[in-house]
Design a protein around this ligand. Structure first.
Ligand SMILES: N[C@@H](Cc1c[nH]c[nH+]1)C(=O)O
Length: 383
């Protein structure tokens, strides 16, 4: 397919890849449903203000903008569905109880998030609203691991972080608070020299704690190391206790803790996580707490969830085997049509060869054919 027709980091999805993506979409949505998550379909476009409500400045940079010819207002193409789903929970559903929602749809990014990343991810995810306890985070993490397993990915490492640690460290330092976006970037890339430079006029205790963060990664023992290395602020202790509880609950998955891996959106407010698979530098799925987004839509609701890009996930899987199919001749004869319909209704793929194209095969492996034999249309093996 000539990619030169399309903008950079935008691509067509050809049949074998599209089939993998669609099959994944279906099995994952069924899985989410089995946990009680209801499907919602937010719009592709919205007024910019509502897309930015509750989201940080990082989201603004990711959103494609255009002018609405009907209202003259600026609209944005969604770059992430999580805040749209939070709006649905806060405004439209108005339920008091716990609400579990899921979604699948394309989002657009002005710039790719990695060198080879698409600018049009197919985002699928789940969000749970109305429960502030860690049980909701544990359910989300369990569902993430179950989803990846279902997709055929068994070796997953779950990397946990807590944005509350950074927020507590900088809370009483005005200089540090004014640089929070830069701090996120430097910590994400573990840029210690950059961090040293930026923190030179911060309070000594803030500086010391920030410089300790990049080294606080590894297995669960990091939590104890962090208790020694970081200031004994109540918010830091609470965050580390939360991480400790979750690490114990993840079961037999491979879990690591990285207190500088803050690569979520800036709307995240508590425990955050990324799921990594061997050989890939970027997380295949991300998620975490974002308790303050609903509040900005007028209804405070604790919230947590995860999302992933189906296109990226499908790329990790082996090429799907060609699906078996039945070849049938072209014809309108009732007995032939009936035989074909019966086979299709029983779940078979039946391809009618158009006149002159009897020997062509593409996507499917036609191992059987409908043939006329002794006055009947029957199924015959081509093996
Ligand atoms: N939408 C977030 C992940 C997430 C879902 N829910 C909460 N966080 C992301 O793309 O990084």
């Amino acid at each position: 397919m000539p990619n030169w027709l399309l903008p950079e980091n935008i691509a067509d999805v050809l049949p074998s890849e599209a089939r993998k993506i669609e099959e994944l979409r279906r099995v994952l949505l069924d899985k989410f449903r089995s946990y009680g998550y209801e499907l919602v379909m937010p719009p592709m476009l919205e007024y910019l203000e509502s897309l930015l409500t509750g989201a940080g400045q990082d989201m603004d940079l990711k959103i494609f903008k255009l002018v609405d010819q009907l209202s003259g207002r600026t609209m944005g193409v969604r770059a992430d569905m999580t805040t749209q789903v939070a709006r649905i929970d806060a405004h439209l559903l108005n339920r008091r109880s716990v609400t579990r929602l899921c979604y699948a749809g394309s989002v657009l990014h002005t710039r790719p998030s990695g060198l080879h990343a698409t600018r049009e991810p197919l985002q699928i995810g789940v969000e749970i609203y109305g429960h502030a306890g860690l049980e909701a985070d544990a359910e989300i993490q369990e569902l993430l691991l179950a989803s990846l397993k279902l997709a055929g990915i068994s070796r997953v490492r779950l990397d946990l972080c807590h944005v509350g640690v950074l927020r507590a460290i900088i809370a009483d330092d005005e200089n540090a608070k004014n640089c929070d976006a830069e701090l996120f970037c430097l910590l994400e890339s573990k840029d210690t020299p950059g961090l040293r430079k930026l923190t030179s006029d911060f309070l000594p205790q803030t500086r010391e704690a920030l410089l300790a963060l990049p080294a606080l990664y590894g297995d669960a023992s990091v939590i104890e190391r962090a208790r020694d290395a970081l200031p004994k602020l109540p918010e830091v202790t609470r965050a580390l206790d939360e991480l400790d509880t979750l690490v114990r609950q993840v079961g037999n998955a491979d879990v690591t803790v990285d207190l500088a891996d803050l690569r979520g959106y800036h709307y995240h407010s508590g425990v955050m996580f990324g799921a990594y698979v061997p050989g890939l530098p970027n997380a295949v799925a991300r998620g975490g707490r974002y308790d303050h987004v609903g509040e900005e839509f007028g209804r405070a609701r604790p919230a947590t969830g995860f999302s992933l890009d189906l296109r990226e996930l499908a790329r990790l899987l082996p090429v799907a085997e060609r699906k078996r199919a039945v070849m049938a001749p072209w014809g309108t004869e009732p007995a032939l049509r009936q035989k074909i319909n019966e086979l299709r209704e029983s779940g078979e793929v039946v391809i009618q060869a158009l006149p002159g194209h009897e020997h062509e095969q593409d996507e499917f492996d036609c191992d059987r054919a409908v043939v006329f034999n002794n006055g009947n249309w029957i199924l015959q093996s081509l093996g």
